[in-house]
Design a protein around this ligand. Sequence first.
Ligand code: 3PG
Length: 390
Amino acid sequence: VIRMNDLDLRSKRVLIREDLNVPIENGRITSTQRLDAALPTIKAARDAGAKVMVLSHLGRPKEGVFDAESSLAPVAHWLGEKLGKPVRLVADYLDGIEVAEGEVVVLENCRMNVGEGKDNEVLAKKYAALCDVFVMDAFGTAHRAQASTHGVIKFAPIAAAGPLLSAELDALGKALEQPAHPLLAIVAGSKVSTKLTLLDNLIGKVDQLIVGGGIANTFIAAAGHSVGNSLYEPDLIDAAKKVLADAKRRGAEVPMPVDVVVAPEFSAHAPATVKPVDQVKDGELILDIGPETARLYAELIAKAGTVVWNGPVGVFEFDAFGKGTELLAHAVATSKAFSIAGGGDTLAAVDKYGIAEQISYISTGGGAFLEFLEGKELPAVAALKARAAK
Ligand code: 3PG
């Protein structure tokens, strides 16, 4: 694919699709992670003398109506501060706007435009007509085939991959396609059902798979142990057994917890008790891995060549049940492995334990990161490739 950094952008009208979908509470941005990641792309285009138009969605507003809650106004304000110059937020842009060379403007939430979600061609052509160069940089939305992430790529005079999108694809490709071995994945979270495709794909690639959270509970049940009142999915016990059989066939390891932390109820102040994994009683909830398990997992992580981390292994929002996740976080941080972390809860854990600087690559993708791990081709990336092949 064509890369933005290889193009001469001077005096060009450059439309950059970013994923500036950040959490906002009462008009205040509560995490700037995605903005920080997009900023270098925007600065590079500005410094190259382009007329920069930044396009993004925020939340999931209804098309065709203005929704103040989903306005990109706080984002435009933030960008203005970082760029040292106020950034205009343009609401009415579909029929063309004037932008000066070296100026950056933000176009209002593209999901308020009729046809965005359905990848409407008329709308895609309008986006295309705004620019000389379209830059797809929104890795976090690359799994959506929408007018601003997919359709526009067909019609823009030139369509290029932005530096953030390229960096994400390079890092994920390095981890999954040419990994330094052993390749270890940590896949945790509440449900096997939402991560089954991902587990099926990863088990064909990894040397070790550590499961955690509700997913681990289903695996514990599959091993024939009681999980008491823990969150688990009885319907997916066979799916878990199949993952274990696939692992065995390939010689991959799926270590099981040897001890767990249980509590009588799901609450921050519930008493936490460590016990062997085969002694969980009715009425008890597994809320974390135990210290011996965490130690064993940390040893594996220390020896890994590559670590892919998605999902906390316990209820780390409650400190009493966060020790497993904290230990693994530090193991990932201190390991010499090339490490990648992604997904909302994982990034919250990375933040909580202050290890962001020690992770090799932190993905801005939530759903897009998961779809990549599932082995799916992201529609926006497919469109860029198809365009480059022409
Ligand atoms: C995300 O937050 O994962 C992306 O911005 C995509 O948002 P969406 O799930 O509303 O398409």
